[in-house]
Design a binder for this molecule. Sequence first.
Ligand code: FES
Length: 246
Amino acid sequence: LSTEKTTPSQVTLSIDGFSIRVPAGTTILQAAERLGLRIPRLCACDRLEPYGSCRLCLVQIEGVRGTPASCTTPVAEGMRVQTQTETLARLRRGVMELYLSEHPLDCLTCSANGDCELQEMAALVGVREVRYARPEPGCASPMDTSNPYFRFDPDKCIVCARCVRACGEIQGTFALTLDGRGFATRVAAGQAEPFRDSECVSCGACVQACPTAALNETAVHEKGLPDRAIVTTCAYCGVGCSFKAE
Ligand code: FES
């Protein structure tokens, strides 16, 4: 007989009083979303590996000290999780205030207005005002408009690293990195050079992953959001016929 412990393939836990059974290895955030529960998140993205940097998805777990990030914490048998307590609401509002204190408040004229995850999450966590001083306008690096298809505005970047991860995990190009430390950390292409001069192949994975207007299509920046979208399974054109090759 083998004495090795077998890991159960399914795990039962409760989230906000609702019981759910999910495959082992599922994160708390994923399990909550299967239940239809909405936990605020910014650095987590369905197409990317968990990262755990934004600290918005904090939860409380019975018998566990602190408030772990639900996007990086795997479920465990019998776990009892709370996602909506007054403590969590206060922590999330504080985190969001810090993000907004570094972000221009030009939502009404921003090209991403209405399609911005930061804006959406600020509303979700209930931030109405920011107590912290804002940096002087223009003290961030200038906008990088070197790429003909998209532009990078460091003022609007919240350094969630979704673009950096998309460039590596989705595209496999690894053209982007986080440069510097602490408050000075910023997204950089190659050796902090213009996008056009870096290894960037203009695939757009970074633009799609960006939760703000920091990485924005040039056409959207100049003309605003499109009034309709086409879903296509074919990479060769944008007609949207959903052609499937036999
Ligand atoms: Fe979990 Fe950002 S979504 S830490």
